[in-house]
Design a protein around this ligand. Structure first.
Ligand SMILES: *[C@@H]1O[C@H](CO)[C@@H](O)[C@H](O)[C@H]1NC(C)=O
Ligand SMILES: *[C@@H]1O[C@H](CO)[C@@H](O)[C@H](O)[C@H]1NC(C)=O
Ligand SMILES: *[C@@H]1O[C@H](CO)[C@@H](O)[C@H](O)[C@H]1NC(C)=O
Ligand SMILES: CC(=O)N[C@H]1CO[C@H](CO)[C@@H](O)[C@@H]1O
Length: 512
């Protein structure tokens, strides 16, 4: 038997900060001069107060503020799904749709409070853009009034500007590093109108780390008055309503760099896939440092770092911007891989990662009906996502399904197995050994263990795996995977989550 520990790899690092003293420090020394007025080009250039900001008071930053009064908001997106439009056109509804108090004034998703204060910056590549961008344009970017798309090739995509993050990488660096040969190839493919999606692969990934620093700089230059910049990958899904509600609780005059934490040595950085937030004040510090140090120092350093998100953290640190863990609001798991535990049950979900277009669409549709029912001032929480995406799919037997069970594995050793495996095997009870014989035995063994919530059986491997946390997992189809069968102890799961309900308050805390 091999007991593998519960996954520790995911970003679950919780670090308590002496927030008071740090904030006081920031307030005293590092607070840049945030202008009280922003000129809105859309507003005929008329100055208007920046969101009615009052003066920031140290110590209030991370307080669990009360939700703003829900008064003037809501009704979703002016562009409902196509079939809904057709449906409506066919038969005008005889009874008017129930009107919520909040729908008194119909706020479009692009006009929700705070929408104007945020810029979403998406990073993709010429190889992936055709696969990944359309879904974002139809969903998040249909709502976000300000966004920018960065790639390794400049141009337009269905009329949307795409910036080349690498256009100013210095000559020396281009000559020195092989990945820029690939960059040249991309430009050539484009000129020759060849299929850019043929360029998928490792070379495309190697170029990626060079994009981060110039992208962040350029994003600020595009809209320097923006309060919050949120950077995502092309497989990140953001909740528009939860994001806006979260940002409304933060102060952009504080230098803030936040995301799902990860570590390299002593350095903490925001994993790119969960998205990361950089406040206006932090962008100012970064930009000043960038202008002095990019060419002379940061670009060279990029060569020796594994990844762009790590390099960005180094640069931000160099610019005296501090990192805050925004987990679990920003996090790096998908609906399929998240561990649904009590720890984040009451947290609003701002981001998902490893989401393909289909996944993003499903979550977006969920969000649309959520806003229709609850307005723009109520966040959806992990538990609501569980009820919608996970709960209906739990069953005792799911064929060709890998539920990511991984806490305890029982595997019948092969004849030539390592001695250690054989010794472990010999230490098992007969009932445990029997768990490797069939799916039903595997299930029964899970049911017999109090902690066990889910199981996975692989016939070809004589293997039974138990899981002590709930994960949804996904269908499998690869050779050697198709015989994977999974299930949950549904009653046990239901009883457990009942105990966690209800959430008295959304848990917006993220800096601990
Ligand atoms: C919010 O609602 C409370 C209670 O209804 C009320 O006392 C308060 O004045 C309202 N605040 C604003 C800003 O509308
Ligand atoms: C590259 O340099 C030009 C000229 O200085 C500037 O306008 C542009 O914003 C830069 N692009 C990036 C991605 O930094
Ligand atoms: C294990 O399986 C064997 C063969 O199917 C059966 O005879 C035995 O009773 C089982 N033992 C337990 C404890 O379930
Ligand atoms: C489909 C899928 O994600 N399968 C994973 C199930 O869990 C095992 C062990 O953790 C992974 O190796 C598989 O990739």
């Amino acid at each position: 038997m091999i007991i593998s520990p519960a996954r520790g790899g995911t970003a679950k690092i919780i670090i308590a900060l002496a927030a008071g003293s740090i904030l006081l420090f920031l307030w005293n020394y590092a607070l840049p001069h945030y202008s009280n007025t922003i000129i809105h080009a859309e507003n005929g250039g008329k100055a208007k107060p920046a969101g009615g900001e009052e003066e920031y008071k140290p110590g209030e930053f991370f307080q669990d503020a009360k939700p703003a009064n829900a008064s003037t908001t809501v009704e979703l997106n002016e562009t409902p799904p196509k079939d809904e439009i057709q449906e409506k056109a066919k038969k005008p509804s005889p009874t008017p749709l129930p009107v919520h108090e909040e729908t008194a004034t119909n706020t479009k998703c692009s006009e929700v409070k705070g929408a104007d204060d945020v810029m979403i910056v998406l990073k993709t590549s010429a190889a992936d853009i055709y696969d990944k961008l359309p879904e974002h344009l139809l969903t998040l970017f249909a709502c976000a009034p300000h966004y920018a798309i960065f790639s390794d090739l400049a141009g337009t995509f269905s009329g949307h500007n795409v910036y080349d993050a690498l256009e100013n990488v210095t000559e020396g660096t281009r000559r020195e590093h092989d990945e820029f040969k690939f960059y040249d190839k991309i430009q050539k493919y484009s000129t020759e109108a060849q299929h850019l999606s043929d360029l998928k692969g490792d070379s495309s990934k190697d170029l990626d780390k060079w994009k981060f620093l110039p992208m962040v700089y350029r994003a600020y230059k595009l809209r320097p008055a923006t309060k919050f910049f949120v950077f995502i990958e092309d497989d990140t899904s953001l909740s528009w309503t939860n994001l806006l509600q979260w940002l409304s609780r933060l102060d952009s005059r504080i230098p803030l760099y936040a995301g799902a934490p990860s570590n390299v040595g002593d350095l903490r950085f925001a994993q790119r896939g969960g998205g990361y937030l950089i406040s206006n004040a932090a962008m100012k510090l970064y930009t000043n440092a960038y202008e002095q140090r990019y060419a002379s120092k940061w670009e060279k350093r990029t060569a020796s770092e594994c990844c762009g998100d790590v390099m960005l953290a180094i640069a931000l640190d160099d610019a005296h911007v501090e990192f805050y863990s925004a987990f679990p609001l920003l996090q790096g798991e998908s609906v399929a891989s998240l561990d649904w535990t009590e720890r984040h049950w009451c947290a609003p979900v701002v981001s998902w990662h490893h989401m393909d277009s289909n996944d993003i669409d499903v979550v977006w549709n969920f969000q649309q009906s959520w806003v229709r029912d609850h307005g723009w001032q109520t966040p959806y929480l992990v538990r609501h996502a569980f009820a919608s995406f996970v709960s209906p799919r739990l069953s005792a037997d799911h064929n060709a399904w890998d539920n990511l069970s991984q806490d305890t594995r029982i595997k019948k050793p092969a004849d030539n197995a390592a001695i250690e495996d054989t010794v472990n095997w010999n230490g098992l009870s007969e009932a445990e050994k029997n768990a490797t014989i069939s799916f039903d035995n595997c299930r029964k063994q899970c049911e017999a263990k109090e902690q066990c919530l889910q199981y996975k059986y692989r016939k070809g491997e004589n293997e039974c795996v138990f899981g002590n946390v709930v994960r949804l997992g996904r269908a499998v189809s690869g050779e050697g995977e198709k015989d994977t069968r999974s299930g949950w102890v549904v009653d046990r799961v239901n009883k457990m989550v009942k105990k966690w309900e209800p959430c008295a308050e959304p848990s917006w805390k993220f800096n601990q």
